[in-house]
Design a protein around this ligand. Structure first.
Ligand SMILES: [Fe+2]
Length: 281
């Protein structure tokens, strides 16, 4: 049976950039059926309940999010038995010009070693002029107050969805993002589904390439906006990688993290305990 889980390198890319993109994840005929259902949005389902029980079956959208490739993606990032958080069709009408919209969905969410995911499903071809959702990769460690960042217009590294029908983006809910203007006459739909994990997000992906030397380079990705802050972003990425890969001592380069973790013997650590007992003289 085909293994639909993410590889370790893909997982590292998610840790570094906060998103992954999968073209043609949903077959075209299913996309068309999903689009019809999106036009009849009926509001949230029971928030915080098991996704498998809550998400409707016998519907096109029910089928789309249960495709083996989508299930493999969800499992890799969240583990088994995720919870439904919320969903929503995002409609940008043809000709709608969008003002400043950069924001973060999670409001000052400081949970460590935790992330929710959002799947953004584009059921029709979405060319540049149609204005697919934009993301600023790598911003998932920058917690802000929702839309206080909307005055940032042209951040380096910004990307936006230009994709064929059936493409899914999956992203850490803390990534800065927003909608773009739709310069066509056709309405644009993006269907969002947010899910929560129910257990530690450790090693749910395919770990057979866990020791690939490219992983360090992937974590070190420069998106363009980091500038002098890049090293600090990298520290956060390494810490999350240690967690999701189950390697608490993982480090990159010439023991990069040692610089903030090394302590002389006997020096009190932050919680007031003594790191190493000092022999009495
Ligand atoms: Fe949003």
């Amino acid at each position: 049976m085909k293994d639909n889980r993410l590889t370790a390198k893909e997982m590292a890319r998610f840790v570094a950039s906060g998103y992954l993109r999968f073209e043609e994840m949903v077959p075209k005929d299913l996309c068309a059926a999903c689009l019809e259902e999106m036009r009849e949005h009926k509001g949230y389902l029971a928030v915080g309940t098991p996704f498998e029980q809550t998400w409707p079956k016998d519907t096109a959208l029910g089928e789309a999010f249960r495709l083996p490739q989508v299930q493999g993606l969800i499992h890799s990032l969240l583990g088994p038995d995720p919870l439904y958080d919320h969903h929503g069709p995002h409609l940008v009408k043809g000709g709608h010009m969008q003002g400043p919209d950069m924001h973060q969905d999670s409001v000052i969410d400081f949970r460590v070693n935790y992330f929710d995911i959002q799947l953004s499903f584009f059921p029709t071809d979405t060319p540049d002029e149609m204005g697919g959702t934009f993301l600023v990769p790598g911003t998932q460690f920058r917690n802000v107050r929702t839309s206080e960042i909307d005055f940032y217009q042209q951040m380096r590294g910004k990307i936006w969805a230009m994709c064929p029908a059936g493409t899914m983006y999956v992203w850490n809910t803390r990534v800065w993002h927003g909608a773009r203007s739709n310069h066509t006459e056709q309405d644009r739909f993006m269907y969002k589904l947010r899910l929560n994990p129910t257990r530690p997000q450790v090693r749910h992906f395919d770990t057979s390439d866990l020791d690939d030397s490219e992983i360090g380079q992937i974590l070190n990705t420069q998106h363009g906006w980091e500038g002098n802050e890049h090293r600090y972003e990298l520290m956060q990425r390494v810490q999350l990688w240690r967690f999701v890969s189950g390697q608490p001592d993982y480090d990159i380069g010439e023991r990069f993290m040692r610089r903030i973790e090394y302590r002389p013997e006997g020096l009190p650590v932050l919680d007031g305990t003594i790191a190493v007992n000092i022999e009495e003289h």
